[in-house]
Ligand binder design. Sequence first.
Ligand code: RB5
Length: 148
Amino acid sequence: MKIIIGCDHAAFGLKETVKHHLENRGVQVEDVGAFSEASVDYSQIGMAVASKVSDGGYERGILLCGTGLGMSMVANRFAHVRAALCNDLFAASMSRRHNNANILVMGGRVIGDVLALEIVNTWLETPFEAGRHQRRLDQFDDLAGKAT
Ligand code: RB5
């Protein structure tokens, strides 16, 4: 699996931890930054990752900022992106089982590294249940940018 990952300054440390964890699991990681704790706009990084998932260049992405809120808002503006803010294990599991989330978002100022890595593992290993959940996703899949 290939995963594209990005963060802002508030989650730089967590991004490095998650990236190394993914590489240790044999995942190929494309890191679009940030590359230090110098202040950057989460919106720019969020767009860089979400656009690549939206156009099919990457099947999955991970976005990290201070709360996870800004990254979620940006990412979900892109067609075919289902970004899920998961700061707990139940949300991580359900975001895959029912929502087929293709971008995992976490808040580096909200959770610690150990929980974050458990969330990543759960999110990678939990399959989508499809069925009625696919029907529901189909109803809004191409809506991004068109909703009023
Ligand atoms: C940066 O200070 C902070 O606003 C950002 O990391 C994020 O939490 C935004 O939603």
